[in-house]
Design a protein around this ligand. Sequence first.
Ligand code: ADP
Length: 273
Amino acid sequence: MIPGRTPAIDCHELTYRYGDFTAVDNLTLSVESGETFGLLGPNGAGKSTFIKTLATLTPVQQGTLSILGFDARRSPTDIRYNIGYVPQQLSIEPALTGRQNVAWFARLYGVPRRVRDDRITIALDAMNLLDVADRPAGGYSGGMVRRLELAQALVNRPALLLLDEPTVGLDPIARESLWTQLRGMQANFGMTVLLTTHYMEEADALCDRVALLHHGRLQAVGTPAELKAGLGTPQATLEDVFRHYAGRDLSTEDTGEGFRGVRASRRVARRAG
Ligand code: ADP
């Protein structure tokens, strides 16, 4: 932790259980303001559960969690107004236009009426969607759907952006384009970004630090270079780091194009609790 600076995320001994099953196990982790932080781990590692807790959608059952200096138990509303969250499951309404989808989030996140229209236009522009903003989102390509979800999440100018597998199902060009837009937003507004991904090259290229989760437990945390060096094998990749801590290969779910493809390639929404 940097002395005198409030971390974007600070959690201590956080545990989350679904009944008897422990999904997040005694997690202690701090993410500095302005960092791009990657959460890695095989399916079932507890990443989505942790992100939902950060987004205050699941409660802090055990341990402590502070987001942007707000306690997650006492001040979930303050947290919600200051974060953006893009879940794995689709968060857009296909019958609405891109602009209407972003407007809906702007109201939901309490963007003041007098600046709302400007903010909506800025968010759409930042994600390169102004040209198609008045078309129904159901006709968008997979990459456009993801960028629209980012525009929704960015409309309240969040200090912390939470992205659960933001590039799953996208082709390499759409992925690159999404990261270019996101880096632009980060440079302009200095937000902290926490993301999960199964693409190790992506995590290596984009993240200042990464954490590896397995069975809900933190296995390793550090810069990609530190974690690779820690294996003691010259030329080790982040994929080798993943295999070392998770004990198995990566599984990716990279299929599909367009709205229908995105819907098919993302996991069915699971309600927490
Ligand atoms: P990841 O995002 O790393 O794939 P999740 O947080 O989705 O991991 O899941 C962690 C574990 O918790 C998995 O074993 C999953 O089956 C379990 N789990 C997730 N959601 C629920 C739920 N609503 N009820 C019971 N178990 C759940």
